[in-house]
Write a protein that binds this ligand. Structure first.
Ligand code: BDR
Ligand code: CA
Length: 315
């Protein structure tokens, strides 16, 4: 059984990614690192603890990651994030407070020790900015080659971004560290908006969750419906909301959900360039072999069906 670490800016679709990883019998979820993005880091960490408690997964430890990018001294939540994820990151749904606290070891150090302990057997899934991974590699460069599989949600190669025409939110929060990760981390798969926007969940699925009648099912339906309503109100999609982060977890476990393009990638971080935060193929490395891949197609029906089956099993 592979070991998995999630790095979440918890976030509604991050909450779904957490539930998916708890539910999937093919992986052993060994820890959750918090990031900033959809919310401030403290809120993300508390959300992760409370969600684990709700799902009866109080054995999974939670760690605090970096609270802002390495090129800034603080982080402010974007107004659009609050519209999509609510003021508390989970659709303003109130969860019972976990009896646990975050671990004293930092998220970055947990990632470094886990990379050494599990190496090829470790799957790392960042679904927020890439600051924690970049910080870990800068502190211990072996991390870049040790982690067996890094599958991230972020970027937009072939479709417009969701912050600017070029930029996806997770990459937008910290383009410098994202570029550092893209140019250092081995065995990296980017699951960007190219594919995640094709995986929508609708109220038909959340109604089936509610029918289970459990506390977890009702809370998850409540936060998912907030996200679906936000997508409709903001004109993103009338029918459903994107399963961005759970798709990255699924691909980390089973790469056959997507078709990938082998590609060395860069992120533009020159603020004057006009395409700050763009994920793009590295023109200087097009002829060189690479272990980096970008997902370009997804088996939507198979993924959404499997996602729903796992959710019904865990809620
Ligand atoms: C990504 O940004 C966050 O809002 C979501 O949780 C997802 O990880 C989508 O651009
Ligand atoms: Ca996220």
């Amino acid at each position: 059984q592979k070991k998995m670490i999630l790095d979440l800016d918890t976030g509604i679709d991050d909450a779904l990614a957490l539930a998916y990883a708890v539910a999937d019998p093919n992986v052993d979820l060994i820890g959750i690192i918090s990031s900033y993005g959809n919310t401030l880091i403290e809120t993300a960490a508390q959300n992760s603890l409370n969600l684990l408690h709700l799902l009866g997964a109080d054995d999974v430890p939670a760690f605090i990651g970096e609270s802002h990018s390495s090129t800034t001294d603080h982080f402010d939540v974007m107004p659009i994030s609050q519209l999509i994820h609510g003021k508390n990151g989970i659709g303003d749904v109130v969860l019972e407070t976990s009896p646990r606290h975050v671990e004293t070891q930092s998220g970055v150090d947990f990632l470094i020790t886990s990379a050494h302990q599990f190496s090829d057997d470790l799957i790392f899934i960042p679904t927020g900015p890439l600051t924690n991974l970049a910080t870990a590699i800068k502190k211990d460069p072996a991390v870049a080659t040790l982690i067996g599989n890094t599958t991230l949600m972020g970027g937009a190669l072939t479709v417009p971004g969701n912050v600017t025409p070029f930029t996806e939110a997770n990459i937008h929060q910290d383009p410098e560290d994202a570029d550092y990760v893209f140019t250092h981390q081995k065995n990296l798969t980017m699951v960007g908006l190219d594919v995640t926007l094709r995986t929508l969940l609708t109220k038909q699925e959340t109604t089936a969750w509610r029918d289970l009648g459990t506390k977890a099912a009702n809370k998850f339906a409540e936060l998912m419906d907030f996200y679906i309503d936000a997508y409709a109100n903001l004109g993103i999609d009338k029918k459903g909301a994107a399963l961005h982060d759970p798709l990255a977890v699924a691909v980390g476990i089973d790469p056959t959900y997507v078709t990938t393009l082998p590609l060395s990638m860069r992120v533009t971080y020159d603020k004057k360039s006009g395409d700050y935060g763009r994920t793009i193929g590295d023109k200087d490395k097009l002829l060189e072999p690479t272990s980096s891949k970008a997902a370009i197609l997804v088996d939507t029906d198979r993924f959404v069906t499997d996602f729903q089956t796992l959710m019904l099993s865990v809620l």
